[in-house]
Write a protein that binds this ligand. Sequence first.
Ligand SMILES: *Cc1c(COP(=O)(O)O)cnc(C)c1O
Length: 360
Amino acid sequence: MARSHNFSAGPSALPTEVLQEARDEFFDFSGSGMSVMEISHRSELFMALAYQAEQDLRAILDVPKHYKVLFLHGGASMQFSQVPMNLLRGKGTADYLHTGLWSGKAVEAARRYCDVRVVGSGEPWGFDRIPGAAEWHLNPDAAYLHYTENETVHGVQFAAAPTPEVPLVCDACSSLLSKPINVARHGLIYAAAQKNIGAAGVTVVIVDEALLGGALPMTPDILNYARLARAESMLNTPATFSWYLTGLMLRWILRQGGIRPVHQANLAKARLLYGAIDGSGGFYVNKVQPAFRSINNVPFTMACPVLEKSFLRLADLSGFKGLKGHAAVGGIRASIYNAVTLASVEALVAFMQDFQSRHG
Ligand SMILES: *Cc1c(COP(=O)(O)O)cnc(C)c1O
């Protein structure tokens, strides 16, 4: 069975091992004679799976007891609205850091619910860096500070989490479970599964229970964290198959030795790829300042669009998939999430060098 080198930004590569496990029990989950997709979310079998996934996530990220772990619908984009609906708690303003395309979307969504203050922005620099904390204008009366840990499109990542006085909210959609994160320093962290965690359909939310209970009155129950937490994310039918796959992915991370070895492996892949780009004498260019380069998404450009087009065409024919840059920025982007192997990155680097020797 030939597997492609998959550099897609999301939905993205899953470990072959995880796919094999899912295949092996596809028709018969845990000896039940039914697929995991065919059983009730309220059945003992599914409840056990859900419980185990939560315990594994708590163990991997060292989640303190007073945090709720939710498995929700709607993707990270739903959180752009669900966060202000639930966390304004009677306040009229929230602070946002604008560091690329995704945080820009979070800002736009939140404007419906409150006075959004963009307290720091990378826009003047074309999002090639995270503006320094000394330049932020934080408001002590803000309900929370929102930041996007890793900007999936622009390829910029925070070197360290902000440390505001107010609760800290993190869009970790493309980086959760790819590196350690200090949960206790955050009020809320969210991530859709389809980048580092599993398959599309489920979104992980980790929230300090002290922040719950003050949702806007118009908030539907189905978007109310407090009610969802009380119902263990089962106010309605959850995305059972995606939840199950996330469980398999969490087990896979544990088998790697946990978050630290996974992070080390991700660092090694990033070092190799950035090294190849920087060592190409300008044939390939990543313009992000080195301190803020993403270990998850590596965008790069070439001298002209025609060259990029032939690179992408030849890459595709050679088994390298998902390398086209996001439409908003163009160019090329290699997403090197948890499931992308070092061997795949080595093969990509060899392909890039070969391409350069023919066209450089
Ligand atoms: C992919 C992504 C989103 C959007 O996720 P959806 O599940 O498609 O809504 C939001 N933020 C970041 C940082 C992302 O990478």
